[in-house]
Ligand binder design. Structure first.
Ligand code: PAF
Length: 301
């Protein structure tokens, strides 16, 4: 049995695909009031997988449900992850597998520190999904999951091989470089889409030389972590492939949700600082993004 924590786009995407494959899973929603909403709708989710619309019935529960948890897919935003897992502490079995889908870095380590007896896996997700309404999900971009252990040497959970083909997954025993590369791409794209309130494809023109300066500094930050990458090539490939998309940060802005800025750009700037690296373009990017959030009266995290 797999439990999924978080009924946002990513949590629903996992729940929908597991449910379609006949894998027993439970969606843990935030509280009684969210559970009542799901129940009053017959627990129905309309799932548009890009080719057809499917109406699914999901099994839902709250954190207070007493059943034990052996395998938990954590699909909350980075800033909510630790508190959300904490709310399940009494239910987590010794050695439980925690699958962390959060963007950026920092939240995963905080959970690993707080849950020493759990097996911690980080997942780098490239799927794109969004919800036109609470109980509707559109799988806009079919992506891939790279999974690996946060503590080196932890073996994969045995159910990893049983995931359906719709959840395309590879095991990577050295996951941190993968998370760092994704973080760096997010740093080079998302803050600009917030500052200029623009789509990904408009970033090079709006940011001008500033983009290249940020990429150079991010490449140096990656080097302090022993991570190799051709970041310029990766960033421009992602911009091209997602030109028409709004980044997750711009979506947060428009939905007036707290962004994950401090888990990618903040994390990169803090890492540079502790490595004694000067990153003026990135520091300016962080300040400008925080200013933009303040202007929109959102927490400048
Ligand atoms: O955060 C996002 O939206 C994506 O990861 C990406 C592709 C980097 C920017 O749109």
């Amino acid at each position: 049995m797999l439990h999924i924590l978080g009924a946002g786009s990513l949590g629903l995407l996992w729940a929908a695909r597991l449910q379609q494959a006949g894998i027993d899973c439970r969606l843990i929603v935030r509280n009684e009031s969210q559970l009542r909403q799901w129940n009053s709708n017959g627990n129905r989710l309309v799932f548009d997988d890009g080719t057809a619309k499917h109406t699914l019935s999901l099994a839902t529960e709250t954190p207070d449900t007493p059943a034990p948890i052996e395998n938990l897919i954590v699909a909350t935003k980075a800033h909510a992850a630790l508190a959300a897992v904490e709310s399940l502490r009494p239910r987590l079995q010794p050695g439980a597998a925690l699958f962390l889908l959060q963007n950026g870095l920092g939240s995963q380590q905080a959970i690993a520190d707080a849950f020493a007896d759990c097996r911690i896996y980080c997942v780098s997700v490239t799927d794109g999904a969004w919800r036109p309404s609470e109980h509707e999900l559109i799988w806009a971009g079919r992506g891939h999951n790279t999974v690996g252990p946060l503590r080196p040497g932890t073996a994969p959970p045995d159910w990893l091989n049983d995931l359906p083909s719709s959840i395309s997954t590879t095991w990577q025993h050295d996951i941190l470089p993968v998370l760092w590369r994704k973080l760096a791409v997010n740093c080079a794209i998302n803050p600009f889409t917030l500052i200029y309130d623009c789509r990904n494809g408009e970033v090079p023109e709006r940011a001008g030389d500033w983009l290249g300066q940020c990429i150079t500094e991010l490449q140096q930050v990656l080097a302090t972590q022993g991570v190799d990458a051709n970041l310029a090539e990766q960033v421009h490939a992602v911009i091209l492939a997602t030109a028409n998309n709004s980044s997750s940060t711009r979506q947060d802005l428009h939905a007036r949700r707290r962004t994950e800025l401090s888990y990618f750009l903040g994390y990169a700037c803090r890492t540079a600082q502790s490595a004694g690296l000067s990153t003026p373009a990135l520091d300016r990017l962080l300040l400008s993004a925080q200013d933009a959030l303040r202007r929109h009266q959102l927490p400048a995290d």
